[in-house]
Write a protein that binds this ligand. Structure first.
Ligand code: XMP
Length: 333
């Protein structure tokens, strides 16, 4: 398969004027490509799929059908934010699927990271395909493919090994073959954000830190259990909250909590209290290929530690990961 390259003549989109010109151009292209047919989109709430959704809503309105699959591995409040923005503000045609049980049942007892990723990726396609089959007359599938994804495919086509398997909805089953609509496939991430702002998407959505497709699934280390996943989600929400309050969210590229499947002894209310540790990971990077550690002031670390150990059931320690990439990858799995 021939992989398309970004045209050399394409200017770097770094201001509103260029973004608006890009939007107008894409609206015309999308209209010309799909006419009056229906388009389906898996809307995760990440910046790429959100920008594609907003572009398509502008171009074809309710001909776009967005499907938001909650795999039960979203961060706290994330699915609700997708519904609020797209249904509430943009009046999108949005189908919300809570598939938590399907995913967590399949993942029960599975501890090997790549196996977890494969299960999540495959089940995501199954759930999405089930929704697609319920719909009539859909001809197109829109995807938030961006230029780094294409560059990664080129690298793999040249025989270089991927470090981790990422997933998107490309590999749908035979009975569901759609023509693709990929309006941002030649954009770099910074350009996607400029276009997102020009489309009027909320700042928090456009500048949302990257979140892996398998979500909290690769941060609830080892075999996922519902209680540890719940503790991870709550601890992660506290970390995000404190990073917002202190302004660190503007300085740190990606920050999150990972919770390993080990317990240590603690003490609470004068009794033995066994719990999991919450590991803080906060990194800065330009391209996610390498990453450095941002210094976090001790007063903020103390506050986060206090809140997590007092507010989250099952967590009795907070640890800070000081490992750059390489040698550590950004995610623990
Ligand atoms: P690593 O852990 O490889 O992560 O240093 C680099 C960046 O990629 C994200 N990441 C993923 N994104 N599916 C994704 O869509 C995945 O399976 C996945 N694994 C890692 C990670 O969050 C970081 O931004």
């Amino acid at each position: 398969m021939e992989i398309m390259k970004r045209p050399d003549s394409m200017a770097r989109i770094n201001n509103t004027e260029l973004a608006e010109a890009f939007i107008e151009e894409q609206i015309a292209e999308i209209k010309a490509q799909v006419g009056s047919k229906k388009v389906l989109l898996a809307l995760s709430g990440g910046v790429d799929s959100s920008v594609v959704a907003a572009l398509l809503i502008k171009a074809i309105g309710k001909q776009l059908i967005c499907v938001h699959v909650n795999h039960g591995l979203m961060r706290k409040g994330e699915s609700e934010a997708v519904i609020d923005t797209f249904r509430g503000e943009l009046d999108a045609n949005l189908i919300y699927v809570d598939a938590t049980d399907r995913f967590l049942d399949l993942l029960a007892g599975v501890s090997e990271p790549e196996k977890k990723r494969k299960i999540i990726g495959a089940e995501f396609i199954n759930v999405f395909a089930d929704e697609a089959r319920k719909l009539q007359g859909v001809s197109y599938l829109a995807q938030g493919t961006i230029y780094p994804d294409i560059l990664e495919s080129i690298k793999q086509a040249e025989g270089k090994k991927a470090v981790k398997s990422h997933h998107n909805v490309g590999g749908l089953p035979e009975d569901l073959q759609f023509e693709l609509v990929e309006p941002i496939k030649f954009l770099y991430k910074d350009e996607v954000r400029v276009v997102g702002e020009a489309l009027g998407l909320p700042h928090a959505m456009v500048y949302r830190q990257p979140f892996p497709g398998p979500g909290l699934g690769v941060r609830c280390l080892g075999a996922i259990t519902r209680d540890r996943l719940h503790a991870l989600r709550e601890a992660d929400a506290i970390l995000r909250d404190e990073f917002e309050i202190s302004g660190l969210s503007e300085k740190v590229w990606q920050y999150f909590i990972a919770v390993p499947d080990i317990k240590s002894v603690g003490v609470k209310d004068e009794s033995r209290y066994e719990g999991w540790p919450a590991i803080i990971r906060a990194v800065n990077t330009k391209d996610a290929m390498s990453a450095t550690i941002e210094e976090i002031p001790y007063d903020i670390l103390h506050k986060i530690t206090y809140r997590i150990t007092h507010e989250v059931e099952g967590i009795n320690r907070v640890l800070l990961d000081l490992t750059p990439k390489p040698i550590g990858t950004i995610e623990w799995e």
